[in-house]
Design a binder for this molecule. Structure first.
Ligand code: URA
Length: 438
């Protein structure tokens, strides 16, 4: 088999045989097919696309390039959630222990944040002592005992994706649905969950800005999950404003922990509660613990209010050597002091915002990475208070910037203000859940 012929076939728009896709992925991973040929192939896929069968084959080849975890022995149905990423998205920290307390086993492999979006792993590293690396046996042991665990994805999980993604990043081939699908699903399938729920975000803080494109991606993800015997569901959620109020690692972890305290479901930001409940309920329903959405939601709310989810979180974090003190208001997390309050410059309604800029304001303070190797300040953060549609009076506090340096806080504050759009007449609040697909 010859890489040049495979590239030529895709360039002409032909459907590839499984063996051709396997040859390319295996050769590229082993180093016998050079980057320039893989780059040409990726660009051909960008222009010509892939059939559902080709996308499933590509996913399988990338999955089999590394280790696959065996979740058949965890003592309960396994389930996971994937979010396409956004600003203030701390849902995994709530959902994993909630789902565990509902009887699911949740083995989560998570990533770091890059650019304006945050990563669950960085939020967990704000917990003193929290260990993100361990071998698979220890990881699955914690999931079996405590119901959930979250670790970093090691280089042994879908290594072909790591290499192909790096090449896509420098060849303008990231925004391609079959390639995104294979990338996301090869990593998700490797962790072994039988049920996978996707939070597909669209809007100015998401990497998919447009709902129609998001629908195409959702269909491709569900088809690949189905091809590998997984039960899938997708919730399309709005990312035109931060999720919850806290943006920044320690602040977001604290917001999640606070929400799990007794009475926390009523006190926590309504959007965070709604999306967490809906995604967890989908896991519970699709995994077969509840027959329908209403009964799944009732189970999730009951478990949340009983305090069992907070207990699960404390037990799981302790098993990963994290130190949380529930007797302290801040759970023992280090959060930077208040440096600046951002005041509304005028009366009116909040009509919209460029949510990406909120993530970049965090980066201004050292709280997000512009490059993979950048160091991270886990203590700084932003309390972002208004929602689109809120009536605002001049001088109202719109955001609190938490940060050690005044200069950094000022530039973050200026960026936040520039991102806001005000109107003179009332504006409708935005719905959070935009659609669903099962
Ligand atoms: N997330 C991934 O893991 N891969 C992509 O290609 C895009 C988003």
């Amino acid at each position: 088999m010859n890489a040049l012929e495979i590239i030529e076939a895709k360039k002409q728009g032909r459907v590839l045989e499984p063996a051709q896709i396997a040859h390319l992925v295996a050769g590229f991973t082993a180093g016998t097919i050079p980057e320039y040929q893989m780059a040409a192939f990726l660009m051909a896929v960008w222009f010509r696309g892939m059939s559902p069968e080709e996308t499933a084959e590509l996913t399988g080849c990338m999955l089999r390039s590394g280790e696959e975890l065996d979740t058949s022995d965890l003592g309960g149905p396994s389930a996971d959630k994937h979010s396409t990423g956004g600003v203030g998205d701390k849902v995994s920290l709530l959902l994993a222990p909630l789902a565990a307390a509902c009887g699911l086993k949740v083995p989560m492999l998570s990533g770091r944040g890059l650019g304006h979006t945050g990563g669950t792993l960085d939020k967990l590293e704000a917990i003193p002592g929290y260990r993100i690396h361990m071998d698979n046996e220890e990881f699955l042991g914690i999931v079996a005992r405590e119901g959930c665990a979250i670790i970093g994805q090691s280089g042994s999980i879908a290594p072909a994706d790591g290499r192909i993604y790096a090449l896509r990043d420098v060849t303008a081939t990231v925004d391609c649905i079959p390639l995104i699908t294979a990338s996301i699903m090869s990593k998700k399938l490797a962790a072994g969950p039988r049920t996978i729920v996707i939070d597909l975000k669209t809007g100015s803080g998401a990497f998919m800005r447009d709902l129609e494109q998001a629908r195409d991606l959702a269909r491709a993800l569900v088809a690949v999950g189905g091809a590998y015997g997984r039960r899938m569901s997708v919730i399309f959620s709005d990312m035109d404003q931060p999720l919850g109020r806290a943006v920044g690692h320690a602040c977001e972890t604290l917001e999640a922990l606070d929400a799990l305290r007794p009475g926390g479901r009523d006190r926590a930001p309504a959007d965070l509660v709604l999306l967490t409940e809906e995604l967890t309920a989908d896991m519970v329903r699709v995994a077969g613990i509840a027959a329908d959405r209403e009964s799944a939601l009732a189970i999730v709310r009951g478990v949340w209010d009983s305090g069992q989810a907070l207990e699960r979180m404390l037990a799981w974090v302790k098993a990963q050597d994290g130190r949380l003190d529930p007797d302290r208001e801040d759970f023992g997390l280090e959060v930077a002091p208040l440096a600046l309050e951002v005041a509304a410059p005028r009366d009116g309604w909040l009509a919209g915002l460029d949510c990406r800029q909120v993530g970049l304001a965090l980066a201004d303070m050292g709280g997000a990475r512009r490059k993979v190797e950048d160091p991270l300040d886990l203590t700084c953060g932003i309390d972002f208070l208004p929602r689109i549609g809120d009536r605002i009076a001049r001088g109202d506090v719109l955001a609190r910037v938490l940060c050690a340096g005044q200069d950094q806080a000022r530039s973050a504050g200026e960026r936040l203000l520039a991102a806001l759009v005000f109107a003179d007449a009332a504006v409708e609040p935005r719905p959070l859940i935009l659609d669903r697909l099962d």
